[in-house]
Write a protein that binds this ligand. Structure first.
Ligand code: GLN
Length: 482
C-alpha cells in the first residue's frame, strides 16, 4: 500500500455507490473488510499468460485481471497492476516492490516458505507441447538428447527438471511465454512445459503448437503476498473471492475467457505497425526521458569525478577511482537488478522503477564520463598550462581560459558516443519492468506471438531516433567547437 489519497477514497466511494445501485455487491456492503478500504495496492503480474493475463489493444486483461479488479471493487480497495513477467513479479514481491502477485501462480510448498497464499482460485497442472508439425515427439521418452524450454521460476520448469535425468534431456529457461513458444517453433527447443490451461488456450488461438501428452497432476493458483506482509489484503482477497463465487461473477469471468473464439485479427505487417505504434511511441517517450535524465546527471558526475581524477589530492583521486572501477567493473544488468530488487531488500525502502533506472544508467554513464573528462583534460599539451601560468594566470583561470576550451573539443565526440550508448542501454531496463521501448515491444509480441516483425519495428525506431540525434549532435559540435 504505497499511496492512500483522497482520490482513492473518492474512487472507492464511487465504486461502492455504483455497486450498491446496481445491487452487485450487496453482501460486501453489509460486511466490508474495513482494513483495506480506500487503500491502493500495487499488484505484480506476468507479461503474458493468456487467458490469465495478456494485453488486448494495449490494455491488460484476462481472468486474473478481472478477478483482482472485481475483488478490489467488491472490497473497496484500488489496485495498480504492474506487468513485470513471472519471475520478476516474484522477485518484486520478495523485495516488497509490489504488495501482491496474481499471475497464475501455483501454490507450492516451497513457495509457502516465503509467501502467504490466498484460497485457491483455479486448478491447473503442467503439460508438454511441441510444434504443430512435429511428429517425432509424442512422449517424454522421445526427448532423449533434446532440449526443452520452460519459464524461469515456474512449476513447468520445476517439473521438467524433475524428469530430465530419467529421460535424458536438457532444460532451458526463458522469461516469458511468447519467447518460449517461439523457441519451439524455431526448432531451438523441441518441446515446452507450461500450464495446461494456458497451452490449451494458445493452441486454440492457433499459436502453432500442439499438446501431445496428458497433463500432470498440478497445484492450484493462488494470489500471493510476501510472508507476514499485508495480511489484511490477503483476507480481503479471500472474502472478495468467496463473494464473487457466490454472486456468479467468478463463473462469468471464467466463461468469458475460457470459451473465447479463435482470434481473427489483421495479420498484415501494416496492421501490426498501426496496432503497435501507439504503445511503442509511449515507450519511446520513456526511453528518451530516462536517457535525458541519466545523461544530465552523468555529465555532472563525470565533470565532478573527472576533476577529482586530475586533482592534486590523493583522497579525491582515490575516491574517483573507486567510483569508476565499481561502475565500470560490474555489468549494467546486475546494477539495474541491484538498484531495483536488491537495494529495497537491504534498506526496506521501496524505489520506483524510473528512479532505479535513472540511478543505474546515470551512475554507470557517469563512470565513463569521468574517464572522458579526465582523458580530455590530460590530452591537452602540458605546455599549454605552463604557458598560461607563465602569463600570470592562476590555476582556475588557466583551466577555464586555456585548457578546458581545448579539452571540451576533444571530449565532445566521446560525449556523443556515451549519449548514444546510454540511450541504447535504457533497453536493459525492460528487465525491471520499466515501460520503455523494448519493454513495450516485448509486451506486444508476448500477446500476438509476432516476435520477428515486432522486433524489426522496435529496432527501426531505435535506429531512426539514434541516427537523428547523432546527426543533430554532430551538427552542434561543428557549430560550437570548430
Ligand atoms: N503456474 C506456474 C507457476 O506458478 C506458471 C505461472 C506463470 O507462468 N505465470 O509456476
Amino acid at each position: 500500500m504505497f499511496r492512500t489519497g483522497k482520490l482513492t477514497v473518492a474512487v472507492t466511494a464511487l465504486l461502492a455507490l455504483t455497486g450498491g445501485v446496481l445491487g452487485v455487491s450487496a453482501a460486501a456492503a453489509s460486511q466490508p473488510s474495513t482494513a483495506v478500504t480506500g487503500e491502493t495496492y500495487v499488484i505484480g503480474t506476468d507479461t503474458t499468460f493468456a487467458p490469465f493475463e495478456y494485453r488486448e489493444d494495449g490494455e491488460l486483461t484476462g481472468i486474473d485481471m478481472d478477478l483482482i479488479r472485481g475483488i478490489a471493487a467488491n472490497q473497496g480497495f484500488t489496485v495498480e497492476i504492474k506487468s513485470l513477467g513471472f519471475d520478476a513479479a516474484l522477485q518484486a514481491l520478495q523485495s516488497n516492490q509490489v504488495d501482491g502477485v496474481i499471475a497464475g501462480m501455483s501454490i507450492t510448498d516451497e513457495r509457502k516458505l516465503v509467501f502467504d497464499f490466498s484460497d485457491p482460485y483455479f486448478d491447473s497442472g503442467v503439460q508438454m507441447a511441441v510444434a504443430e508439425g512435429n511428429t517425432e515427439i509424442t512422449k517424454y521418452a522421445d526427448l532423449a538428447g533434446e532440449t526443452v524450454v520452460a519459464k524461469r521460476g515456474s512449476e513447468g520448469e520445476t517439473f521438467a527438471n524433475s524428469i530430465k535425468n530419467e529421460y535424458n534431456f536438457t532444460v532451458k529457461a526463458l522469461a516469458d511465454s511468447a519467447t518460449m513458444y517461439d523457441d519451439v517453433k524455431a526448432g531451438n527447443s523441441v518441446a515446452v512445459f507450461d500450464d495446461y490451461p494456458v497451452l490449451a488456450y494458445g493452441i486454440n488461438q492457433n499459436n502453432g503448437l500442439k499438446s501431445v501428452t496428458e497433463k500432470e497432476q498440478g497445484s492450484s493458483y493462488g494470489f500471493a503476498v510476501n510472508k507476514g506482509q499485508n495480511p489484511e489484503l490477503l483476507a480481503a482477497f479471500n472474502i472478495g473471492l468467496a463473494e464473487l463465487k457466490s454472486g456468479g461473477e467468478y463463473q462469468e469471468i471464467l466463461d468469458t475467457y475460457l470459451d473465447a473464439p479463435a482470434a481473427s485479427k489483421d495479420t498484415s505487417f501494416f496492421g501490426l505497425l498501426s496496432d503497435s505504434l501507439p504503445a511503442l511511441m509511449k515507450g519511446l517517450g520513456l526511453t528518451l526521458l530516462a536517457t535525458a535524465l541519466s545523461i544530465v546527471i552523468a555529465l555532472v558526475l563525470g565533470v565532478l569525478f573527472g576533476f577529482f581524477k586530475v586533482s592534486e589530492s590523493r583522497v579525491l583521486r582515490g575516491l574517483a577511482s573507486v567510483y569508476v572501477s565499481i561502475f565500470r567493473g560490474t555489468p549494467l544488468l546486475v546494477q539495474a537488478f541491484f538498484f531495483y530488487f536488491g537495494l529495497p531488500q537491504l534498506t526496506g525502502q521501496s524505489i520506483d522503477v524510473l528512479t532505479a533506472g535513472v540511478l543505474t544508467l546515470s551512475l554507470n554513464a557517469g563512470a565513463y564520463m569521468t574517464e572522458i573528462v579526465r582523458g580530455g583534460i590530460q590530452s591537452v599539451d602540458p605546455g599549454q598550462t605552463e604557458a598560461g601560468r607563465s602569463l600570470g594566470l592562476g590555476y582556475v583561470m588557466t583551466m577555464r581560459r586555456v585548457v578546458l576550451p581545448q579539452a571540451v573539443k576533444i571530449m565532445t565526440p566521446s560525449f556523443i558516443n556515451q549519449f548514444v550508448m546510454t540511450l541504447k542501454d535504457t533497453s536493459l531496463l525492460a528487465v525491471i519492468g520499466f515501460a520503455e521501448l523494448t519493454y513495450q515491444g516485448q509486451q506486444i509480441y508476448a500477446s500476438n506471438f509476432r516476435t520477428g516483425e515486432t522486433l524489426l519495428i522496435v529496432a527501426a525506431l531505435y535506429f531512426i531516433v539514434i541516427n537523428l540525434l547523432t546527426m543533430l549532435s554532430n551538427q552542434l559540435d561543428k557549430r560550437f567547437n570548430k
